[in-house]
Design a protein around this ligand. Structure first.
Ligand SMILES: [Zn+2]
Ligand SMILES: [Zn+2]
Length: 155
């Protein structure tokens, strides 16, 4: 007997999405009704990065406006927010007008995002960002103390 069959005996039919309330059910219904955002039983759906029908997983990532203009808006699940100036996970450079997206990516597109994420976390944003580079050039290595207002310094 399979695990899913045993689970079906105990808890009824196996659900593809675990939902806790009516609002989540409505959200899942709306996404599954759309051809570009739905996934089938084997988690095959349309990838946001390469627009191919593949095995996809949903994730959250930062993307710049230039990388966003090359891709369509159909497969975006949610625009989670905006940032002024940040590292783009797709092209690996620091750009203005960053969007935080919730979308589904295939394995090869996820690998690009994971590689850039690993790079920025290893190196640190302040060693790459031009604003912090200029601060360090102007004020030296103690620029963080010099830029404070002086009320929280304990000496
Ligand atoms: Zn892809
Ligand atoms: Zn980019």
């Amino acid at each position: 007997m399979d695990i899913e069959d045993r689970q079906e005996e105990r808890n009824g039919p196996v659900k593809q999405f675990q939902t806790t309330n009516r609002f989540q059910e409505k959200l899942v219904e709306a996404r599954q009704a759309n051809d570009h955002t739905k996934i089938d039983k084997d988690f095959n759906g349309v990838c946001y990065g390469c627009f191919k029908n593949r095995y996809v997983r949903a994730s959250i990532f930062d993307i710049c406006q230039h990388c966003m203009s090359k891709r369509g808006h159909e497969t975006i699940l949610k625009v989670a927010g905006k940032k002024w100036s940040m590292y783009c996970f797709f092209c690996g450079t620091i750009q203005d007008n960053i969007f935080i997206l919730n979308a589904r990516l295939c394995d090869s597109c996820n690998r690009i995002v994971a590689r850039n994420n690993k790079h920025i976390r290893k190196k640190g944003l302040k060693s790459i960002h031009p604003f912090y580079k200029k601060l360090k050039h102007d004020f030296g290595k103690d620029y963080q103390i010099l830029m404070q207002n002086g009320t929280n310094v304990n000496r």
